[in-house]
Ligand binder design. Structure first.
Ligand code: ZN
Ligand code: ZN
Length: 361
């Protein structure tokens, strides 16, 4: 049985429990996870009986036939995939769940018009629960995505003369190009490259600001291999760090190191967040840490489980999460250190290998 068939089997038992006849999967990463299809338009219909059909249009005919294995049927249309739904849904189907987070209002209207006799019920996070726990092949892909990203960073750092005042945009562009040339598929997200006071913006977009001597430099970047993402942040300083820069870096590193150690099977995600936050509370800088401690990575760069104070999730072996506390002093500068960590049977395994100390450029 193929890996995709095994995953569909798991989904079928979720449908069985929920009492629905079929699921209409419209989120791209979920379609890929359950069928192997990587095209950007289409849907996957999975019946409780085990039958599955990929609906897509003629642009993806060849690709779908290459990527999708039987017994999944492939249904190609000239127009929108939704039009073929009545033909493939099967007469015995009384209820279908759809991914309410991943269906536009217009498509929802088309859906209920296409199959008026079928009860269409919204559902959230139908596949996310299955995707959280990665198998060996998925973990290996993430590890390769980590390697591609780390090697790209090393080449970028070596290629730039930091005392020549490069712009943030140039640094980001070079790193993006190294990521692609090093083997990354479409980047999981646009590289964040910020210098000086702009490092205080957790999601800064690169500008034409020149990076000056004495600046903190924050780089947040990742690669994608076989669909799987890595997500890494490192913070550097151009020249000798000032006292406050070295101090917040040390505080963030302490929070991040303890946080990584807390990523164990059975741990409540909110407790991991409390560990990193607790260190920053002790140093009285927690008010400068506005986001959550981390998030799952996989086919998407942000997926479950969430390491936040509100999370209801518990870590299980096979989860791969980021650990990324930060301290951002407004108009002054910020530090974030982000690593990718696997929840292993025998404890946490950090997949990222780049040094974490404050490196002077
Ligand atoms: Zn990141
Ligand atoms: Zn992240």
């Amino acid at each position: 049985m193929s890996v995709h068939a095994k995953r569909r089997l798991a989904l079928e038992s979720v449908l069985e429990t929920a009492g629905h006849d079929a699921a209409l999967i419209t989120q791209r990463a979920n379609i890929r996870y359950l069928s192997g299809f990587t095209g950007s338009s289409g849907a996957l219909l999975i019946a409780r009986s085990g039958a599955s059909t990929l609906l897509t249009d003629f642009r993806y005919d060849e690709q779908a036939n290459d990527e999708v294995q039987g017994p999944t049927r492939i249904c190609i249309t000239r127009g929108v995939w939704m039009a073929t739904l009545p033909d493939v849904i099967g007469e015995q189907t009384r209820s279908v769940v759809f991914e309410s987070d991943h269906l536009t209002v217009a498509d929802h209207k088309r859906l209920v018009e296409a199959i008026p006799d079928v009860d269409c019920a919204p559902i959230t996070d139908l596949v996310g629960g299955l995707r959280r726990s990665k198998d060996a092949t998925e973990i290996e892909a993430i590890e390769r995505a980590v390697s591609v990203a780390e090697e790209a960073l090393e080449r970028t750092l070596a290629a730039i003369d930091w005392h020549d005042r490069p712009t943030e945009r140039r640094v980001a562009g070079l790193l993006e190009s190294e990521l692609r040339q090093g083997g990354s598929e479409t980047l999981p997200f646009e590289v964040i490259a910020a210098g000086g006071p702009r490092t205080a913006l957790p999601h800064a977009t690169p500008t034409d600001r020149c990076i000056e001597a004495g600046d903190l430099v924050l780089l947040d970047f990742g690669a994608r291999v076989d669909g799987y993402c890595s997500d890494i942040t490192r913070t550097f300083v151009v020249g000798t760090p000032e006292y406050w820069q070295a101090t917040i870096h040390r505080q963030v590193l302490e929070a991040q190191t303890l946080g990584r150690a807390a990523v164990t099977s059975g741990a409540a995600c909110r407790d991991v967040d409390a560990v990193t936050r607790g260190v920053l509370v002790r140093h009285e800088v927690d008010r400068y840490f506005g986001h959550s401690t981390g998030h799952g990575i996989g086919l998407e760069v942000h997926e479950g489980p969430s390491l936040s104070s509100k999370s209801e999730d518990t870590l299980v072996p096979g989860n791969v999460v980021t650990l990324e506390p930060g301290v951002y002093l407004p108009n002054q500068g910020g530090v974030r250190i982000e690593d990718d960590v696997l929840v292993g049977e025998e404890g946490p395994r950090t997949l990222t290998n780049l040094p974490r100390e404050l490196i002077q450029l």
